[in-house]
Write a protein that binds this ligand. Structure first.
Ligand code: ES4
Ligand code: ZN
Length: 351
């Protein structure tokens, strides 16, 4: 996008970006080529013979069916079909390293100083990748980024809520040897009929072990307010430390007050919502939550699926449509630092 010196100059903390949400068709093609793989359509089984064919099937991934291409509607992949397709091409430690470095290089250029990056281990183990390949590659990139790019980071391990809670617990236990890299536990993937309390056992265990907790609510559309209530008050025993998205809270003054009173911060990724919801409604809700005094971190989510929009583009769009003043933009940037789970010394460096 166009360069904005004010936004560029803000020292940034990124609290909501999925490492797998960075996998563009170009990256997918590059990794598949070097791993000698053939890519196929997940439903029709037809082979993608060129990058262009792959791009054709994924370009409208996030758009609702009626907004997508009409000529090949049944071939067009849904967001989750495209997203999980990206996991298939990651095979080696080098792949994981390169993907993470792709993020850190981009982050450094946007003046991101610290990032808490989501990863979905269940999506990797089901394609046959081992923990040492995945965490080894991520860890090497993380150390290199801190040293060479001055971008510090930590990982948030998300559980796929459309899989059984038992799978979440198995992955939690398997991740414990890597706990030094992991600052928190999250919940993502398809929210339909999957309330957060289904995963209470693993959240309670994680909290007892000293991990921070967050969960996705209302991604792209409104799900029951109950999911936000469970996240804010119940999971991990007393409720999560943060809520990812959760814009539907703005429809309930009692919910807004409860989130504010508990000091729970929300990560807000405007480009994820404006694909599905009317622009004015989205920004009215963000304004309502901000004006109520809820701490908020503007973030990226899945740049590869949202027209290559990253934290800077998300900051730009809230500034424009919420009419945030420069002072309010600075408040947002400071909220992100305060909401982060970075060591106090790292927070002080950024503030
Ligand atoms: C996701 Cl629920 C959801 N929305 C967008 N991106 C995601 N990555 C994993 N879960
Ligand atoms: Zn997300």
């Amino acid at each position: 996008g166009t360069h904005d010196p004010f936004i560029q100059a803000i020292p940034k903390v990124e609290l909501h970006v999925h490492i797998e949400g960075l996998i563009t068709p170009e990256l997918r093609w590059k990794f598949s080529q070097r791993n000698g793989m053939t890519l196929t359509h997940p439903r029709t089984g037809s082979v993608f013979r060129t990058l262009e064919e792959l791009q054709e099937s994924t370009e409208d991934g996030m758009k609702p069916a009626h907004g997508g291409r009409q000529d090949n509607a049944e071939e067009t992949l849904s967001f989750f079909e495209s997203y999980y397709g990206g996991f298939e091409v990651l095979k080696t430690k080098q792949d994981y390293y390169d993907l993470a470095m792709y993020y850190f290089e981009r982050a450094a250029r946007m003046n991101v100083r610290y990032a808490e990056v989501f990863f979905d281990p269940q999506g990797h183990t089901r394609t046959g990748v081992g923990w040492e390949v995945m965490m080894g590659g991520f860890g090497e990139a993380q150390r290199e980024a801190e040293k060479r790019l001055h971008v510090k980071s930590a990982w948030i391990m998300c559980f796929l809520r459309d899989l059984p809670p038992e799978s979440a617990m198995q992955h939690y236990l398997a991740a414990l040897p890597y706990r030094g890299m992991i600052v928190g536990i999250g919940l993502d993937s398809n929210e339909v009929d999957r309330p957060p309390v289904l995963f209470e056992e693993v959240f309670a265990r994680a909290r007892a072990d000293g991990f921070r907790i967050t969960a996705h609510c209302d991604v792209g559309k409104s799900y029951p307010l109950e999911h936000i209530h469970q996240t804010a008050t119940a999971i991990g025993g007393t409720g999560a430390d943060r809520i990812d998205h959760g814009l539907n809270a703005a429809s309930s003054p009692e919910t807004v007050e409860m989130i504010r009173e508990k000091g729970i911060g929300m990560t807000v990724c405007p480009w994820s919502y404006i694909r599905h919801q009317p622009l004015d409604e989205v920004f009215k809700r963000i304004r309502t939550l901000f004006d109520a005094g809820i701490k908020m971190a503007i973030a990226s989510d899945d740049p590869a699926f949202m027209e290559d929009t990253w934290i800077s583009e998300n900051l730009r769009v809230v500034r424009k449509y919420c009419k945030f003043t420069d002072e309010e933009m600075v408040k947002l940037a400071r909220d992100a630092v305060e909401m982060s789970w970075a060591p106090e010394g790292v927070k002080k460096e950024i503030l």
